[in-house]
Design a protein around this ligand. Structure first.
Ligand code: SF4
Ligand code: SF4
Length: 383
């Protein structure tokens, strides 16, 4: 009986991996995806299970593989422990890849960025900052049929890889609601010029009647010198602002918030359009980890503490499904409709819906427990 169960578990994995390969082809033609995506899940977030998730997808990645990670801002305490990646790195021999950021930080310049990555424990694979040799724009791809862009800008090293593993920490983000695979691909692969292009419509609002204590933190952290403090609180110079949302994350009194709602959704559409082009240029698979889930992202020097317990990790060849499952699981865990709308005032679900509309993937999925090979429900995943 036990042998039979193992046989059906293995058969189920084989069938779902065939389905993944079909799905992966469907993603590249820009048409809406009708098949269900397969999303693999593990509850225990361990190095061995991260490798199992990768292998379960059944995708043979060959040649030069980039492992897209986030090294964590200096002072950030929530970024994922790199040791989770060690077995995957030993098996696949990828290069850790990242791009430089827009704002004032060690991650702005290649040398200090790499030094910080090593300080944070990313020592067991080569590191490549994809835009390390570029001007602000870097490598430009022509884009057609998009609402916001005709050009997509990335680091020139992006073209040097045959395939990518996109490894994302699923957590909150001040402007995007949450950051998962879509945001890791879009903002994570964009050159500084690309990052600016996505942020350009995203100027924060200053809450009226705010109780600013003139601590100067927002002024010091603003990469564009766009904030002036007056007796009535901060004022943003919109002609300078990059829309990076650092001030939203940095002010402990919550004095900065999203600009008007339309601008917020505009930003999410921009993220998705960048991700779409990158996904079309290179084969990618996606692993999301739901651990240390704070309202803010790993770019924050002092991110707020996690507000929910770890849930597990998921993997899929479908970028929409992998983020959607995380969105659902985090909402169910918090017994609400959208855990990040509650804490950030923005629903990241708009990223998912727009990505599905653009044919990048599907919100229809089956969930497979990678440790048993059995199909499970979202409720099972949270038990
Ligand atoms: S970080 Fe907040 S409290 Fe401090 S100066 Fe800026 S707006 Fe005022
Ligand atoms: S979003 Fe805030 S921190 Fe970023 S550039 Fe604009 S004012 Fe400065």
């Amino acid at each position: 009986m036990k042998k039979l169960l193992v046989f059906f578990g293995v058969l189920s994995l084989l069938l779902t991996s065939v389905s993944c390969k079909k799905k992966s082809q469907a993603q590249t033609n820009g048409q809406p995806v009708e098949k269900e995506a397969v999303v693999y899940f593990c509850k225990e977030i361990t190095p061995e299970n991260i490798l199992k998730l990768y292998e379960a997808m059944g995708v043979k990645q060959e040649g030069k593989i980039g492992l897209k990670v986030h090294f964590g801002e200096e002072g950030n305490q929530n970024f994922l422990n790199p040791e989770l990646l060690r077995p995957l790195v030993e098996k696949v021999h990828p290069t850790f890849v990242e791009t430089n950021v827009l704002y004032v930080s060690k991650r702005r310049f290649t040398d200090s960025h790499i030094a910080l990555a090593k300080e944070h424990g990313f020592t067991f694979a080569p590191i490549d900052i994809l835009d390390s040799e570029d001007d602000a724009d870097g490598l430009c791809y022509d884009a057609t049929g998009l609402k916001h862009f005709t050009k997509i800008k990335t680091g020139s090293h992006f073209a040097n890889y045959d395939a990518y593993i996109v490894y994302s920490h699923f957590k909150g983000h001040g402007s995007a609601g949450f950051g998962g695979a879509i945001k890791n691909v879009s903002m994570g692969f964009a050159s500084p010029g690309g990052k600016m292009a996505m942020h350009s419509s995203n100027i924060p609002a200053v809450k009226k009647g705010s109780s600013c204590v003139h601590c100067q933190r927002c002024v010091q952290q603003c990469p564009a010198n766009a904030i002036t403090l007056t007796d009535f609180g901060p004022v943003i110079d919109s002609s300078k602002c990059l829309g990076c949302a650092k001030c939203i994350a940095e002010c402990g009194l919550g004095i900065f918030g999203q600009g008007d709602r339309a601008q917020g959704e505009d930003f999410l559409e921009r993220l998705v359009e960048y991700a779409k082009v990158f996904c079309e240029k290179k084969p990618m698979v996606f692993i999301n980890v739901m651990d240390k889930i704070s309202k803010s992202c790993d770019c924050s020097a002092m991110a707020p503490a996690p507000f929910m317990d770890p849930i597990g990790a998921v993997a899929s060849t479908d970028i929409v499904a992998v983020d959607y499952v995380c969105h659902l699981l985090t909402a169910m865990k918090q017994k609400t409709e959208d855990a990040f709308l509650d804490v950030n005032g923005v629903s990241g679900l708009a990223q998912i819906k727009y990505a599905e509309k653009l044919g990048m993937g599907t919100t229809k999925f089956v969930l497979i427990d990678v440790t048993t090979g059995q199909r499970i429900s979202l409720e099972d995943a949270l038990k």
